[in-house]
Ligand binder design. Structure first.
Ligand SMILES: [Zn+2]
Ligand SMILES: [Zn+2]
Length: 652
């Protein structure tokens, strides 16, 4: 059964074509062989004395077809198993033959460098012949297992090795998980970038920060088309939690590839520009070969609430808390939300004070490109709000995720010297905590309550991602031949496949990719075609990729078990100790316990040193290890912990 299972799972994921291979193996489909062209590979195998033949069809890249003869003996379960065993072997053979025949050269390759099996770090490459087109180039934020790491970016090895093929980068929208890694790629790869005005304004800020010049940035508008190598790309307006978001309709020699980017369907968007469903329907009508669709909210039934309904909720709060001073924390890139808050401020005669660097930057960017259409004197300096009545003030702030250094967090703990939170304040979280941030957010909320404020943190937010019914709409309009779910952890991708299946999609026409997976599409088939180097690089301060597993292990050790520093002075003439060894511990044990423990440890150290001839010229590392080992054993025996032990030996 093991092997059968293996076959079933590989067939689901690896072999996707016109439906000739199937879960039922021999039973249903073996008798349906339909070869439309001359087979190049004709593999003959002896099994139970009978001949079986399989064909590899170079045209379709069809993985397996089995001659009709075989089917007659597949009635019993045993025979089925046999057939599957045979198919397993045959499949390998066919793949080898394909490789030899160079069949794979003809197809469109879809290369997943990030954003699948994870949320964040979205980056996908399309490759055909000598052309590579890159879709998005985002970053991820480090997990709890990466202490001290600032950012996680994709591994660019494949793109760098094929630099001459890369014709350009198209960006769906300006969120960090779609543009965040661009500076790290563009510093080596000077290729043109295409995106909306807001996306490129945000990117430009980044490039300036990284002092990267010489990048052609091309602003595109909805329904614009551009040509990059053999690809032509059309930008299709979609709704999302940031302005200027696009889906991409990419015409390739292997047919149309439609990539949704991040999207939702909002019939009442703040900027009045709805997702371009008519155009999406037209593209679907033309015939789409491959749909790649985001999966973030695939587990949520129904529809995502319109951005406008958040405005209505906010307005209710404005009315109910009319005499109080208001604070609103939200995502600084959600320009629609900010727009609504400022509109309400104007309507209810409040001045807006903005705090937090990214909030100020994004409002600046929005004003610069004309995304915001209000008068500048609605704003007031945070220093001056004390001179205004509470009912005439609203503070717009970052920190909706409880980030410890954010303005709101400092306000809540009283570290923000310019404003003091008090009993006449209402603080609104127009956001939801991103998984993992709940504790930080809770801390801020508790602190705000302690200061006497009223805190509203439920339901004053909507997601920017499509829920199930919206996803169904896109699937139904596009009606693709093949489907690959993107932007989600494995469970999201799997759920998305089930959703597609419920709409009538053949499950053998879908693939769940992993980071590094190469999927190849030809006229008649979609198959997994190996992998390319891929993964993640860790950015720590200014260094890229210099944080290896050793550094991470050290940091983890330090954060969990602490540090013991051992200082030893040795006379370079006599080889004797010049002073008593000195021991400092940090983050290891309480000071009171430490005294006793270090005294004992010191004795062990002295005993160890007595066995080493310190006059001799030692290999430093070796000497350090000699000192470390007995100490490590001792500390572990006493505390069941493994602190990092750092011997410092100096000769005088
Ligand atoms: Zn997004
Ligand atoms: Zn995203």
């Amino acid at each position: 059964m093991d092997r059968i299972d293996k076959f079933l799972s590989t067939s689901t994921e690896e072999t996707v074509q016109t439906g000739r291979t199937s879960k039922t193996g021999g039973k249903k489909n073996l008798n349906k062989r339909k070869t439309t062209s001359v087979p190049v590979a004709d593999i003959v195998e002896e099994s139970n004395g009978k001949k079986k033949r399989i064909f590899a069809n170079p045209e379709s890249n069809k993985a397996i077809s089995v001659s009709a003869k075989t089917t007659k003996k597949t009635k019993t379960a045993n025979k089925n198993k046999e057939a599957i065993e045979f198919l397993l072997n045959a499949k390998d053979e066919v793949e080898k033959t394909h490789k030899r025949a160079g069949v794979s050269k003809s197809g469109l390759k879809v290369i997943f460098l990030g954003g699948v099996g994870e949320i964040g770090k979205n980056i996908t490459a399309l490759e055909y012949g000598d052309d590579i087109l890159l879709i998005d180039c985002g970053l991820a934020f480090p997990g709890e297992d990466m202490p001290g790491v600032d950012l996680v970016i994709p591994d660019f090895t494949y793109l760098k090795e094929n630099a001459s093929k890369v014709k350009g980068i198209v960006i769906t929208h300006g969120h960090e998980d779609h543009i965040g890694s661009l500076p790290y790629l563009l510093k080596d790869l000077k290729v043109p970038v295409y995106g909306s005005k807001l996306t490129l304004t945000l990117l430009d800020n980044k490039l300036r920060e990284h002092k990267i010049t010489g990048i052609k940035q091309n602003v595109v508008k909805p329904r614009n088309q551009i040509k990059l190598g053999c690809f032509s790309v059309e930008f299709v307006k979609v709704n999302h939690s940031i302005a200027g978001a696009f889906a991409l309709s990419i015409t390739t020699p292997a047919g149309i590839v439609f990539h949704t980017g991040d999207f939702k369907i909002d019939y009442t968007p703040i900027d009045g520009e709805k997702i371009d469903l008519p155009r999406i329907a037209e593209i679907g009508e033309k015939g789409v070969t491959l749909l790649m669709c985001e999966s973030t909210n695939v587990e949520r039934p129904g529809y995502t609430m319109s951005e406008k309904s958040v405005g209505e909720k906010l307005e209710k709060i404005f009315i109910e808390h009319a005499t109080r001073r208001l604070f609103v924390a939200t995502f600084s890139s959600n320009i629609y939300r900010i727009q609504q808050i400022i509109d309400l401020a104007i309507k209810y005669d409040r001045k807006v004070a903005v705090v937090g660097r990214s909030m100020i930057n994004n409002i600046d960017a929005g004003m610069k490109i004309g995304e915001f259409k209000f008068d500048k004197d609605v704003f007031v300096d945070i220093e001056k709000i004390a001179s205004l009545e509470d009912k005439n003030v609203i503070v717009l702030s970052t920190g909706s995720q409880g980030e410890p250094t954010s303005a709101l967090s400092r306000l809540s703990s009283g570290e923000f010297s310019r404003v003091e939170i008090g009993e006449n304040d209402t603080v609104i979280f127009s956001s939801t905590p991103i998984p993992g941030n709940e504790n930080m957010v809770n801390k801020v909320i508790n602190n705000l309550y302690k200061k006497g404020a009223i805190v509203i943190h439920d339901n004053v937010h909507t997601s920017g991602h499509a829920c199930q019914e919206e996803l169904k709409t896109i699937h139904s309009l596009i009606r693709p031949k093949y489907f690959i779910p993107v932007h989600g952890e494995y469970r999201h991708l799997k759920e998305h496949c089930l959703l597609a299946e419920s709409l009538g999609m053949d499950k053998y026409n879908m693939i769940i990719p992993e980071i590094g997976t190469v999927v190849e599409i030809t006229k008649n088939a979609m198959v997994k075609r190996g992998t390319v180097p891929a993964g993640e690089q860790l950015v720590d301060g200014l260094g890229i990729g210099d944080v290896g597993s050793v550094v991470l292990r050290d940091r983890k050790l330090l954060s969990e078990d602490g540090l013991v520093i051992v200082v030893i002075g040795v006379s370079s003439i006599t080889g004797e100790l010049t002073t008593d060894p000195y021991m400092i511990t940090r983050g290891f044990v309480y000071n009171t316990e430490a005294d006793e423990l270090t005294e004992e440890a010191k004795q062990i150290l002295l005993d160890t040193l007595a066995t080493i001839d310190l006059k001799e010229d030692h290999e430093w590392n070796e000497l350090r290890n000699q000192i470390r080992k007995p100490l490590r054993n001792f500390f572990y025996k006493k505390t069941k912990r493994n602190p990092m032990i750092l011997p410092i030996i100096f000769r005088v």
